[in-house]
Design a protein around this ligand. Structure first.
Ligand code: PPS
Length: 570
Protein backbone atom coordinates (compact mmCIF):
# COMPACT_ATOMS: atom_id res chain seq x y z
CA UNK A 1 0.00 0.00 0.00
CA UNK A 2 1.25 3.35 -1.16
CA UNK A 3 4.74 4.37 -0.24
CA UNK A 4 5.10 1.21 1.79
CA UNK A 5 5.10 -0.86 -1.36
CA UNK A 6 6.75 -4.24 -0.88
CA UNK A 7 10.18 -4.43 -2.51
CA UNK A 8 10.63 -6.86 -5.42
CA UNK A 9 10.86 -10.35 -3.96
CA UNK A 10 9.40 -9.18 -0.63
CA UNK A 11 12.50 -7.99 1.26
CA UNK A 12 14.73 -4.94 0.76
CA UNK A 13 18.21 -6.44 0.56
CA UNK A 14 20.37 -3.90 2.39
CA UNK A 15 23.77 -5.52 2.57
CA UNK A 16 25.92 -3.19 4.68
CA UNK A 17 27.52 -4.85 7.69
CA UNK A 18 27.21 -3.17 11.08
CA UNK A 19 30.16 -1.10 12.29
CA UNK A 20 32.06 -3.77 14.20
CA UNK A 21 31.39 -6.53 11.65
CA UNK A 22 32.61 -4.15 8.92
CA UNK A 23 35.81 -3.42 10.92
CA UNK A 24 36.41 -7.13 11.34
CA UNK A 25 35.80 -7.78 7.64
CA UNK A 26 38.18 -4.94 6.73
CA UNK A 27 40.93 -6.61 8.70
CA UNK A 28 40.32 -9.95 7.03
CA UNK A 29 40.17 -8.31 3.61
CA UNK A 30 43.85 -7.41 3.91
CA UNK A 31 44.52 -11.03 2.96
CA UNK A 32 41.96 -11.15 0.12
CA UNK A 33 42.83 -10.62 -3.51
CA UNK A 34 41.60 -7.16 -4.56
CA UNK A 35 39.65 -6.23 -7.65
CA UNK A 36 39.50 -2.55 -8.64
CA UNK A 37 35.93 -1.92 -9.74
CA UNK A 38 35.26 -0.27 -13.07
CA UNK A 39 32.89 2.68 -13.12
CA UNK A 40 30.02 0.47 -14.25
CA UNK A 41 30.75 -2.18 -11.62
CA UNK A 42 30.89 0.49 -8.92
CA UNK A 43 27.42 1.71 -9.93
CA UNK A 44 26.14 -1.88 -9.80
CA UNK A 45 27.74 -2.52 -6.40
CA UNK A 46 26.18 0.64 -4.95
CA UNK A 47 22.69 -0.42 -6.07
CA UNK A 48 23.16 -4.03 -4.98
CA UNK A 49 24.32 -2.95 -1.52
CA UNK A 50 21.59 -0.36 -0.88
CA UNK A 51 18.76 -2.65 -1.96
CA UNK A 52 17.83 -0.94 -5.25
CA UNK A 53 18.46 -4.26 -7.03
CA UNK A 54 16.51 -6.39 -4.50
CA UNK A 55 16.15 -9.38 -4.46
CA UNK A 56 19.69 -9.64 -5.85
CA UNK A 57 22.28 -9.83 -3.10
CA UNK A 58 25.48 -10.04 -5.15
CA UNK A 59 26.77 -10.61 -8.65
CA UNK A 60 24.71 -13.33 -10.31
CA UNK A 61 25.99 -16.88 -10.00
CA UNK A 62 26.08 -18.86 -13.22
CA UNK A 63 22.73 -20.63 -12.83
CA UNK A 64 20.93 -17.32 -12.24
CA UNK A 65 22.82 -15.74 -15.16
CA UNK A 66 21.74 -18.54 -17.54
CA UNK A 67 18.20 -18.36 -16.28
CA UNK A 68 18.00 -14.54 -16.68
CA UNK A 69 19.25 -14.85 -20.25
CA UNK A 70 16.81 -17.61 -21.17
CA UNK A 71 13.66 -16.66 -19.30
CA UNK A 72 14.19 -13.23 -17.67
CA UNK A 73 13.94 -14.91 -14.27
CA UNK A 74 16.24 -15.79 -11.42
CA UNK A 75 16.47 -19.46 -10.47
CA UNK A 76 13.95 -18.73 -7.72
CA UNK A 77 11.43 -17.83 -10.45
CA UNK A 78 11.42 -14.11 -9.60
CA UNK A 79 11.29 -11.82 -12.64
CA UNK A 80 14.71 -10.24 -13.35
CA UNK A 81 15.60 -9.03 -16.85
CA UNK A 82 19.24 -7.85 -16.81
CA UNK A 83 22.29 -10.01 -15.94
CA UNK A 84 24.26 -8.23 -13.22
CA UNK A 85 27.72 -9.72 -13.56
CA UNK A 86 31.23 -9.05 -12.29
CA UNK A 87 33.57 -9.24 -15.26
CA UNK A 88 37.29 -9.63 -14.52
CA UNK A 89 40.35 -10.30 -16.65
CA UNK A 90 41.78 -13.79 -17.06
CA UNK A 91 44.89 -12.98 -15.00
CA UNK A 92 42.79 -12.06 -11.96
CA UNK A 93 40.45 -15.03 -12.50
CA UNK A 94 43.46 -17.39 -12.61
CA UNK A 95 44.56 -16.22 -9.17
CA UNK A 96 41.34 -17.16 -7.40
CA UNK A 97 39.18 -20.24 -6.92
CA UNK A 98 35.55 -20.90 -6.11
CA UNK A 99 35.00 -20.45 -2.38
CA UNK A 100 37.58 -17.63 -2.08
CA UNK A 101 36.75 -14.22 -0.64
CA UNK A 102 37.76 -11.18 -2.69
CA UNK A 103 37.91 -7.46 -1.87
CA UNK A 104 36.12 -5.00 -4.16
CA UNK A 105 37.69 -1.56 -4.16
CA UNK A 106 36.95 1.77 -5.80
CA UNK A 107 39.45 3.68 -7.95
CA UNK A 108 41.16 5.14 -4.90
CA UNK A 109 41.55 1.72 -3.31
CA UNK A 110 38.77 2.17 -0.73
CA UNK A 111 37.21 -1.16 0.26
CA UNK A 112 33.53 -0.97 -0.72
CA UNK A 113 32.50 -4.61 -0.37
CA UNK A 114 33.78 -8.14 -0.09
CA UNK A 115 32.46 -11.05 -2.11
CA UNK A 116 32.38 -14.77 -1.60
CA UNK A 117 33.13 -16.17 -5.03
CA UNK A 118 30.84 -19.11 -5.75
CA UNK A 119 31.12 -19.24 -9.54
CA UNK A 120 33.81 -18.50 -12.11
CA UNK A 121 33.02 -18.92 -15.80
CA UNK A 122 33.72 -17.62 -19.29
CA UNK A 123 30.45 -16.43 -20.81
CA UNK A 124 29.33 -16.71 -24.40
CA UNK A 125 29.00 -12.98 -24.99
CA UNK A 126 27.30 -13.25 -28.36
CA UNK A 127 24.60 -15.35 -26.76
CA UNK A 128 24.32 -12.83 -23.92
CA UNK A 129 24.05 -9.93 -26.40
CA UNK A 130 21.32 -11.59 -28.43
CA UNK A 131 19.36 -12.65 -25.31
CA UNK A 132 19.50 -9.29 -23.54
CA UNK A 133 19.72 -6.77 -26.38
CA UNK A 134 18.09 -8.76 -29.17
CA UNK A 135 21.16 -8.15 -31.36
CA UNK A 136 24.92 -8.73 -31.51
CA UNK A 137 25.49 -5.54 -33.52
CA UNK A 138 28.33 -3.63 -31.84
CA UNK A 139 26.79 -0.33 -32.94
CA UNK A 140 24.36 -0.92 -30.07
CA UNK A 141 26.09 0.75 -27.09
CA UNK A 142 25.17 -2.08 -24.70
CA UNK A 143 26.59 -4.69 -27.07
CA UNK A 144 29.64 -2.53 -27.75
CA UNK A 145 30.37 -2.37 -24.01
CA UNK A 146 29.86 -6.10 -23.58
CA UNK A 147 32.03 -7.11 -26.53
CA UNK A 148 34.71 -4.43 -26.56
CA UNK A 149 35.10 -3.13 -23.01
CA UNK A 150 33.84 -5.83 -20.63
CA UNK A 151 36.35 -8.37 -19.29
CA UNK A 152 36.29 -11.99 -20.41
CA UNK A 153 35.60 -13.92 -17.18
CA UNK A 154 32.57 -13.59 -14.87
CA UNK A 155 32.54 -14.09 -11.11
CA UNK A 156 29.36 -14.71 -9.16
CA UNK A 157 28.77 -14.50 -5.41
CA UNK A 158 27.16 -12.67 -2.51
CA UNK A 159 28.34 -9.24 -1.40
CA UNK A 160 28.97 -7.87 2.06
CA UNK A 161 28.85 -4.10 2.16
CA UNK A 162 31.65 -2.29 3.98
CA UNK A 163 31.26 1.36 2.99
CA UNK A 164 28.90 3.12 0.56
CA UNK A 165 30.76 4.42 -2.51
CA UNK A 166 31.75 8.05 -1.99
CA UNK A 167 30.09 10.86 -3.97
CA UNK A 168 31.46 14.38 -3.85
CA UNK A 169 28.64 15.96 -5.85
CA UNK A 170 24.94 16.64 -5.20
CA UNK A 171 25.02 14.70 -1.92
CA UNK A 172 21.63 15.94 -0.74
CA UNK A 173 19.98 14.60 -3.87
CA UNK A 174 21.19 11.02 -3.50
CA UNK A 175 18.97 8.57 -1.63
CA UNK A 176 19.02 4.86 -0.93
CA UNK A 177 15.68 3.04 -1.26
CA UNK A 178 15.06 3.17 2.49
CA UNK A 179 15.98 6.88 2.63
CA UNK A 180 13.57 7.66 -0.19
CA UNK A 181 10.88 5.52 1.41
CA UNK A 182 11.49 7.56 4.57
CA UNK A 183 11.03 10.81 2.64
CA UNK A 184 7.76 9.57 1.15
CA UNK A 185 6.58 8.53 4.61
CA UNK A 186 7.45 11.96 6.04
CA UNK A 187 5.56 13.69 3.26
CA UNK A 188 2.58 11.39 3.79
CA UNK A 189 2.79 10.19 0.18
CA UNK A 190 1.03 6.93 -0.53
CA UNK A 191 1.00 6.85 -4.32
CA UNK A 192 4.13 7.91 -6.17
CA UNK A 193 4.70 8.07 -9.94
CA UNK A 194 8.38 7.77 -10.89
CA UNK A 195 9.82 9.43 -13.97
CA UNK A 196 13.05 8.03 -15.39
CA UNK A 197 15.25 10.19 -17.61
CA UNK A 198 18.80 10.57 -18.93
CA UNK A 199 18.17 13.85 -20.75
CA UNK A 200 17.60 17.42 -19.64
CA UNK A 201 13.91 18.08 -19.00
CA UNK A 202 11.96 20.68 -20.93
CA UNK A 203 8.32 21.79 -20.85
CA UNK A 204 7.03 18.67 -22.65
CA UNK A 205 8.53 16.45 -19.94
CA UNK A 206 7.07 18.64 -17.25
CA UNK A 207 3.65 18.46 -18.84
CA UNK A 208 3.92 14.69 -19.24
CA UNK A 209 4.92 14.10 -15.61
CA UNK A 210 2.24 16.41 -14.22
CA UNK A 211 -0.40 14.68 -16.35
CA UNK A 212 0.81 11.25 -15.20
CA UNK A 213 0.63 12.27 -11.54
CA UNK A 214 -2.81 13.88 -11.93
CA UNK A 215 -4.29 10.96 -13.82
CA UNK A 216 -3.37 8.65 -10.96
CA UNK A 217 -3.92 11.15 -8.13
CA UNK A 218 -0.35 10.52 -7.13
CA UNK A 219 2.73 12.48 -6.13
CA UNK A 220 5.74 12.65 -8.42
CA UNK A 221 9.33 11.45 -8.14
CA UNK A 222 11.72 12.83 -10.76
CA UNK A 223 14.33 10.06 -10.73
CA UNK A 224 17.05 10.76 -13.32
CA UNK A 225 19.94 8.42 -13.98
CA UNK A 226 23.33 9.93 -13.22
CA UNK A 227 25.51 6.79 -13.28
CA UNK A 228 26.28 5.79 -16.85
CA UNK A 229 23.93 6.66 -19.68
CA UNK A 230 24.31 6.54 -23.45
CA UNK A 231 27.71 7.67 -24.75
CA UNK A 232 27.30 11.22 -26.07
CA UNK A 233 24.60 12.22 -23.55
CA UNK A 234 24.90 15.58 -21.81
CA UNK A 235 27.17 15.34 -18.77
CA UNK A 236 25.38 14.61 -15.47
CA UNK A 237 26.54 17.84 -13.75
CA UNK A 238 24.81 20.01 -16.33
CA UNK A 239 21.76 17.78 -16.32
CA UNK A 240 21.39 17.85 -12.56
CA UNK A 241 21.62 21.65 -12.53
CA UNK A 242 18.80 21.60 -15.11
CA UNK A 243 16.74 19.17 -13.00
CA UNK A 244 17.17 21.41 -9.97
CA UNK A 245 15.91 24.35 -12.02
CA UNK A 246 12.87 22.55 -13.39
CA UNK A 247 12.03 21.02 -9.99
CA UNK A 248 11.37 24.58 -8.80
CA UNK A 249 8.61 24.85 -11.40
CA UNK A 250 6.61 22.03 -9.81
CA UNK A 251 4.43 22.23 -6.69
CA UNK A 252 6.82 21.63 -3.77
CA UNK A 253 4.53 19.43 -1.68
CA UNK A 254 3.88 16.92 -4.43
CA UNK A 255 7.19 16.61 -6.28
CA UNK A 256 10.57 15.18 -5.25
CA UNK A 257 13.88 15.01 -7.10
CA UNK A 258 16.37 12.24 -6.38
CA UNK A 259 19.36 10.97 -8.38
CA UNK A 260 19.84 7.33 -9.31
CA UNK A 261 23.41 6.12 -9.74
CA UNK A 262 22.44 3.46 -12.25
CA UNK A 263 24.66 2.20 -15.07
CA UNK A 264 22.16 1.88 -17.91
CA UNK A 265 22.54 -0.83 -20.54
CA UNK A 266 20.18 0.75 -23.10
CA UNK A 267 18.43 -2.62 -23.42
CA UNK A 268 15.03 -1.18 -24.42
CA UNK A 269 12.17 -3.48 -23.34
CA UNK A 270 14.17 -5.56 -20.83
CA UNK A 271 15.64 -2.35 -19.44
CA UNK A 272 12.16 -0.85 -18.97
CA UNK A 273 11.14 -3.83 -16.83
CA UNK A 274 14.36 -3.48 -14.83
CA UNK A 275 13.73 0.25 -14.31
CA UNK A 276 10.25 -0.56 -13.02
CA UNK A 277 11.60 -3.09 -10.51
CA UNK A 278 14.18 -0.59 -9.26
CA UNK A 279 11.51 2.12 -8.75
CA UNK A 280 9.34 -0.35 -6.89
CA UNK A 281 12.27 -1.00 -4.56
CA UNK A 282 12.46 2.75 -3.97
CA UNK A 283 8.81 2.63 -2.83
CA UNK A 284 7.10 3.97 -5.95
CA UNK A 285 3.68 2.69 -6.99
CA UNK A 286 3.63 3.88 -10.62
CA UNK A 287 6.24 4.15 -13.34
CA UNK A 288 6.14 6.16 -16.56
CA UNK A 289 7.18 4.22 -19.65
CA UNK A 290 7.37 6.42 -22.71
CA UNK A 291 8.02 5.90 -26.37
CA UNK A 292 11.18 3.85 -27.09
CA UNK A 293 12.07 3.61 -23.39
CA UNK A 294 15.86 3.13 -22.90
CA UNK A 295 16.37 2.43 -26.58
CA UNK A 296 19.61 3.53 -28.26
CA UNK A 297 19.54 5.53 -31.50
CA UNK A 298 19.23 3.44 -34.65
CA UNK A 299 22.55 2.58 -36.31
CA UNK A 300 23.49 4.78 -39.30
CA UNK A 301 21.06 4.03 -42.10
CA UNK A 302 19.59 1.03 -40.21
CA UNK A 303 16.31 0.24 -38.51
CA UNK A 304 15.91 1.03 -34.77
CA UNK A 305 16.75 -1.87 -32.47
CA UNK A 306 13.32 -1.84 -30.80
CA UNK A 307 9.85 -0.84 -31.89
CA UNK A 308 8.57 2.40 -30.29
CA UNK A 309 6.13 0.59 -27.99
CA UNK A 310 8.00 -2.72 -27.42
CA UNK A 311 9.01 -1.62 -23.92
CA UNK A 312 5.43 -0.81 -22.96
CA UNK A 313 4.29 -4.19 -24.31
CA UNK A 314 6.87 -6.20 -22.37
CA UNK A 315 6.07 -4.25 -19.21
CA UNK A 316 2.33 -4.79 -19.69
CA UNK A 317 2.87 -8.50 -20.17
CA UNK A 318 4.47 -8.74 -16.71
CA UNK A 319 2.37 -6.05 -15.08
CA UNK A 320 0.83 -8.33 -12.43
CA UNK A 321 4.01 -9.78 -11.02
CA UNK A 322 5.85 -6.46 -11.36
CA UNK A 323 3.36 -4.96 -8.96
CA UNK A 324 4.21 -1.39 -9.98
CA UNK A 325 1.69 0.18 -12.32
CA UNK A 326 2.94 1.24 -15.71
CA UNK A 327 1.86 4.68 -16.84
CA UNK A 328 2.31 4.38 -20.60
CA UNK A 329 2.88 7.63 -22.40
CA UNK A 330 2.52 8.83 -25.95
CA UNK A 331 4.82 11.53 -27.22
CA UNK A 332 3.54 15.03 -26.34
CA UNK A 333 3.48 17.74 -28.99
CA UNK A 334 2.83 21.47 -28.69
CA UNK A 335 -0.40 22.61 -30.31
CA UNK A 336 0.08 26.26 -31.18
CA UNK A 337 -3.57 27.28 -31.63
CA UNK A 338 -4.43 25.83 -28.21
CA UNK A 339 -1.17 27.01 -26.61
CA UNK A 340 -0.84 23.63 -24.88
CA UNK A 341 0.80 20.23 -25.08
CA UNK A 342 -1.26 17.24 -26.15
CA UNK A 343 -0.45 13.54 -26.59
CA UNK A 344 0.19 13.02 -30.28
CA UNK A 345 -2.75 10.59 -30.59
CA UNK A 346 -5.15 13.27 -29.32
CA UNK A 347 -4.28 15.75 -32.06
CA UNK A 348 -6.33 16.26 -35.22
CA UNK A 349 -5.05 17.19 -38.70
CA UNK A 350 -6.45 20.73 -38.50
CA UNK A 351 -4.29 21.59 -35.44
CA UNK A 352 -1.11 23.60 -35.87
CA UNK A 353 1.60 21.50 -34.25
CA UNK A 354 5.04 22.78 -33.30
CA UNK A 355 8.04 20.51 -32.78
CA UNK A 356 11.75 21.06 -32.36
CA UNK A 357 13.88 17.93 -32.71
CA UNK A 358 16.88 17.34 -30.43
CA UNK A 359 19.25 18.01 -33.34
CA UNK A 360 17.49 21.28 -34.20
CA UNK A 361 17.56 22.31 -30.52
CA UNK A 362 21.33 21.76 -30.35
CA UNK A 363 21.83 23.65 -33.63
CA UNK A 364 19.93 26.62 -32.25
CA UNK A 365 21.93 26.53 -29.02
CA UNK A 366 25.29 26.37 -30.80
CA UNK A 367 24.35 29.16 -33.17
CA UNK A 368 22.96 31.30 -30.36
CA UNK A 369 19.48 31.34 -32.00
CA UNK A 370 16.20 31.89 -30.20
CA UNK A 371 14.50 28.95 -28.51
CA UNK A 372 10.79 29.59 -27.95
CA UNK A 373 9.30 29.72 -24.48
CA UNK A 374 6.88 26.89 -25.21
CA UNK A 375 9.87 24.57 -25.66
CA UNK A 376 11.88 25.25 -22.50
CA UNK A 377 12.59 27.65 -19.65
CA UNK A 378 15.18 30.41 -20.24
CA UNK A 379 17.18 29.30 -17.14
CA UNK A 380 17.52 25.80 -18.57
CA UNK A 381 18.50 27.08 -21.98
CA UNK A 382 21.15 29.26 -20.35
CA UNK A 383 22.54 26.26 -18.46
CA UNK A 384 22.63 24.11 -21.60
CA UNK A 385 24.19 26.82 -23.72
CA UNK A 386 27.31 26.39 -21.57
CA UNK A 387 27.63 22.87 -23.00
CA UNK A 388 26.72 23.91 -26.54
CA UNK A 389 28.22 27.40 -26.67
CA UNK A 390 27.82 29.36 -29.88
CA UNK A 391 30.95 28.99 -32.00
CA UNK A 392 32.22 32.47 -31.23
CA UNK A 393 32.46 31.46 -27.57
CA UNK A 394 33.70 27.89 -28.08
CA UNK A 395 37.34 26.89 -27.61
CA UNK A 396 39.24 25.76 -30.72
CA UNK A 397 42.57 24.49 -31.97
CA UNK A 398 44.42 25.63 -35.08
CA UNK A 399 46.70 22.75 -36.03
CA UNK A 400 49.49 23.60 -38.50
CA UNK A 401 51.26 20.74 -40.23
CA UNK A 402 54.00 20.78 -42.88
CA UNK A 403 57.59 19.91 -43.73
CA UNK A 404 60.56 21.28 -41.76
CA UNK A 405 61.25 24.89 -42.84
CA UNK A 406 57.85 25.12 -44.55
CA UNK A 407 57.01 28.26 -42.57
CA UNK A 408 54.66 26.78 -39.93
CA UNK A 409 56.23 28.55 -36.96
CA UNK A 410 56.41 31.93 -38.65
CA UNK A 411 52.74 31.86 -39.68
CA UNK A 412 51.71 30.44 -36.29
CA UNK A 413 53.47 33.34 -34.55
CA UNK A 414 51.75 35.86 -36.82
CA UNK A 415 48.39 34.20 -36.10
CA UNK A 416 49.10 34.27 -32.36
CA UNK A 417 49.48 38.06 -32.48
CA UNK A 418 46.35 38.53 -34.60
CA UNK A 419 44.25 36.41 -32.23
CA UNK A 420 45.63 38.29 -29.23
CA UNK A 421 44.61 41.51 -30.93
CA UNK A 422 41.12 40.04 -31.41
CA UNK A 423 41.16 39.36 -27.65
CA UNK A 424 38.11 37.12 -27.21
CA UNK A 425 39.85 34.17 -25.55
CA UNK A 426 43.26 33.25 -24.07
CA UNK A 427 45.66 31.91 -26.74
CA UNK A 428 48.50 29.38 -26.31
CA UNK A 429 51.13 28.58 -28.92
CA UNK A 430 52.43 25.01 -28.94
CA UNK A 431 55.17 25.37 -31.52
CA UNK A 432 57.18 22.25 -32.51
CA UNK A 433 60.38 23.53 -30.93
CA UNK A 434 58.71 24.85 -27.77
CA UNK A 435 57.04 21.49 -27.23
CA UNK A 436 60.20 19.52 -27.85
CA UNK A 437 61.95 21.66 -25.23
CA UNK A 438 59.25 21.60 -22.56
CA UNK A 439 56.89 18.65 -23.03
CA UNK A 440 58.85 16.11 -25.04
CA UNK A 441 62.50 16.76 -24.20
CA UNK A 442 63.29 13.04 -23.88
CA UNK A 443 61.85 12.14 -27.28
CA UNK A 444 63.66 11.59 -30.59
CA UNK A 445 62.30 11.26 -34.14
CA UNK A 446 61.40 7.57 -34.43
CA UNK A 447 57.80 6.90 -35.51
CA UNK A 448 56.83 5.94 -31.93
CA UNK A 449 58.39 9.09 -30.49
CA UNK A 450 56.86 11.38 -33.10
CA UNK A 451 53.42 9.83 -32.47
CA UNK A 452 53.84 10.28 -28.74
CA UNK A 453 54.93 13.87 -29.26
CA UNK A 454 51.85 14.65 -31.38
CA UNK A 455 49.52 12.91 -28.96
CA UNK A 456 50.91 15.02 -26.11
CA UNK A 457 50.34 18.16 -28.15
CA UNK A 458 46.82 16.92 -28.94
CA UNK A 459 46.12 16.28 -25.27
CA UNK A 460 47.23 19.75 -24.18
CA UNK A 461 45.35 21.37 -27.10
CA UNK A 462 42.16 19.49 -26.22
CA UNK A 463 42.41 20.59 -22.58
CA UNK A 464 42.84 24.22 -23.69
CA UNK A 465 39.97 23.86 -26.16
CA UNK A 466 37.72 22.20 -23.60
CA UNK A 467 38.22 25.12 -21.26
CA UNK A 468 37.23 27.65 -23.92
CA UNK A 469 40.71 28.81 -25.01
CA UNK A 470 42.57 28.80 -28.32
CA UNK A 471 45.50 26.45 -28.95
CA UNK A 472 47.77 27.01 -31.93
CA UNK A 473 49.92 23.95 -32.64
CA UNK A 474 52.76 23.91 -35.16
CA UNK A 475 54.56 20.56 -35.27
CA UNK A 476 55.57 18.71 -38.45
CA UNK A 477 53.03 15.97 -37.53
CA UNK A 478 54.00 13.90 -40.57
CA UNK A 479 51.67 10.92 -40.04
CA UNK A 480 48.01 10.99 -41.06
CA UNK A 481 46.69 8.45 -38.56
CA UNK A 482 47.89 10.34 -35.53
CA UNK A 483 46.71 13.68 -36.93
CA UNK A 484 43.24 12.12 -37.24
CA UNK A 485 43.42 11.01 -33.59
CA UNK A 486 44.23 14.54 -32.49
CA UNK A 487 41.34 15.88 -34.56
CA UNK A 488 38.97 13.42 -32.86
CA UNK A 489 40.26 14.33 -29.39
CA UNK A 490 39.80 18.05 -30.00
CA UNK A 491 36.53 17.89 -31.92
CA UNK A 492 34.97 16.07 -28.98
CA UNK A 493 35.37 19.27 -26.95
CA UNK A 494 35.43 22.15 -29.44
CA UNK A 495 36.59 23.30 -32.87
CA UNK A 496 39.51 21.94 -34.90
CA UNK A 497 41.04 23.68 -37.91
CA UNK A 498 43.85 21.94 -39.73
CA UNK A 499 46.19 24.17 -41.74
CA UNK A 500 48.46 22.44 -44.21
CA UNK A 501 51.53 24.56 -44.94
CA UNK A 502 52.15 22.97 -48.32
CA UNK A 503 55.46 24.63 -49.28
CA UNK A 504 57.19 22.20 -51.71
CA UNK A 505 60.13 20.26 -50.35
CA UNK A 506 62.58 21.91 -52.83
CA UNK A 507 61.66 25.34 -51.46
CA UNK A 508 61.94 24.13 -47.83
CA UNK A 509 65.32 22.60 -48.62
CA UNK A 510 66.53 25.82 -50.20
CA UNK A 511 65.47 27.76 -47.08
CA UNK A 512 66.97 25.14 -44.73
CA UNK A 513 66.71 27.50 -41.76
CA UNK A 514 68.46 25.17 -39.35
CA UNK A 515 70.84 23.53 -41.83
CA UNK A 516 69.22 20.14 -41.19
CA UNK A 517 68.35 19.37 -44.84
CA UNK A 518 72.05 19.70 -45.64
CA UNK A 519 72.92 17.27 -42.85
CA UNK A 520 70.23 14.85 -44.04
CA UNK A 521 71.58 15.01 -47.60
CA UNK A 522 75.10 14.44 -46.32
CA UNK A 523 73.79 11.38 -44.43
CA UNK A 524 74.86 12.66 -41.01
CA UNK A 525 71.19 13.08 -39.94
CA UNK A 526 69.01 10.01 -40.42
CA UNK A 527 65.18 9.82 -40.68
CA UNK A 528 64.65 13.45 -41.64
CA UNK A 529 61.12 14.32 -42.76
CA UNK A 530 60.94 14.99 -46.51
CA UNK A 531 64.31 13.37 -47.22
CA UNK A 532 64.36 9.86 -45.79
CA UNK A 533 61.25 9.87 -43.59
CA UNK A 534 57.74 10.20 -45.06
CA UNK A 535 55.30 13.10 -44.86
CA UNK A 536 51.66 12.07 -45.48
CA UNK A 537 49.94 14.94 -47.26
CA UNK A 538 46.72 16.00 -45.46
CA UNK A 539 43.56 15.19 -47.42
CA UNK A 540 40.94 17.27 -45.65
CA UNK A 541 42.77 20.28 -44.22
CA UNK A 542 40.47 23.27 -43.66
CA UNK A 543 43.15 25.62 -45.04
CA UNK A 544 46.05 24.94 -47.44
CA UNK A 545 48.81 27.54 -47.61
CA UNK A 546 51.66 27.61 -50.08
CA UNK A 547 54.17 30.09 -48.70
CA UNK A 548 55.78 30.53 -52.12
CA UNK A 549 52.84 32.72 -53.07
CA UNK A 550 52.03 34.34 -49.70
CA UNK A 551 53.83 36.42 -47.07
CA UNK A 552 53.50 35.18 -43.46
CA UNK A 553 51.21 38.12 -42.72
CA UNK A 554 48.86 37.25 -45.61
CA UNK A 555 49.04 33.55 -44.76
CA UNK A 556 47.98 34.24 -41.15
CA UNK A 557 45.26 36.56 -42.45
CA UNK A 558 43.86 33.70 -44.57
CA UNK A 559 43.54 31.59 -41.43
CA UNK A 560 41.76 34.47 -39.67
CA UNK A 561 39.32 34.77 -42.58
CA UNK A 562 38.64 31.03 -42.40
CA UNK A 563 38.01 31.27 -38.64
CA UNK A 564 35.56 34.11 -39.28
CA UNK A 565 33.76 32.16 -42.01
CA UNK A 566 33.44 29.17 -39.69
CA UNK A 567 32.04 31.45 -36.99
CA UNK A 568 34.85 30.97 -34.43
CA UNK A 569 35.73 34.65 -34.37
CA UNK A 570 33.79 37.74 -35.39
S1 PPS B 1 57.32 15.77 -35.23
O1 PPS B 1 57.65 14.82 -36.31
O2 PPS B 1 56.06 16.46 -35.54
O3 PPS B 1 57.33 15.14 -33.91
O4 PPS B 1 58.47 16.88 -35.32
P1 PPS B 1 58.57 18.28 -34.55
O5 PPS B 1 58.43 18.06 -33.11
O6 PPS B 1 57.63 19.27 -35.14
O7 PPS B 1 60.04 18.67 -34.89
C1 PPS B 1 60.54 19.94 -34.56
C2 PPS B 1 61.87 20.23 -35.20
O8 PPS B 1 62.78 19.19 -35.06
C3 PPS B 1 63.82 19.34 -36.08
N1 PPS B 1 64.28 17.97 -36.40
C4 PPS B 1 63.70 17.10 -37.26
N2 PPS B 1 62.59 17.20 -38.03
C5 PPS B 1 62.26 16.15 -38.77
N3 PPS B 1 62.95 14.99 -38.80
C6 PPS B 1 64.04 14.84 -38.03
N4 PPS B 1 64.71 13.67 -38.03
C7 PPS B 1 64.46 15.92 -37.21
N5 PPS B 1 65.47 16.11 -36.34
C8 PPS B 1 65.35 17.37 -35.87
C9 PPS B 1 63.16 20.07 -37.23
O9 PPS B 1 63.97 21.17 -37.54
C10 PPS B 1 61.79 20.50 -36.68
O10 PPS B 1 61.61 21.91 -36.80
P2 PPS B 1 60.89 22.70 -37.99
O11 PPS B 1 60.51 24.01 -37.33
O12 PPS B 1 59.67 21.91 -38.41
O13 PPS B 1 61.90 22.83 -39.04
Amino acid sequence: MGAFKEPHGGVLKELYLGESAADEEKLKARDYKSWDLTQRQLCDVELILNGAFSPIDGFLPRADYDSVLESMRLQSGILWPIPITLDVDATFADEIGEGDMIALRDREGVLVATMEVTDIWTPDKTHEAVSVFGTDDVNHPGVDYLMNYGNEVYLGGRLRGIEPPVHYDFKLLRDSPSELRGRFRKMGWRKVVAFQTRNPMHRAHQELTIRAAREHEADLLIHPVVGITRPGDIDPFTRVRCYELIAQKYPEQTTALSLLNLAMRMAGPREAVWHGIIRKNYGCTHFIVGRDHAGPAAPDGGAPYYGPYDAQELFAKHQDELDITMVPFQQLVYVEDKAQYLPVNETTPDMKIQTITGTEFRRRLSEGLEIPDWYSYPEIIEELSKVYPPRHKMGFTVFFTGLPSSGKSTIANALLVKLKENGTRPVTLLDGDIVRKNLSSELGFSKEHRDLNILRIGFVASEITKNGGIAICAPIAPYRVIRRKVREMVEAVGGFIEVHVSTPVEVCEKRDRKGLYAKARAGTLKGFTGIDDPYDEPENAEVVIDTVALTPDLAAHRVVVKLETMGFIR
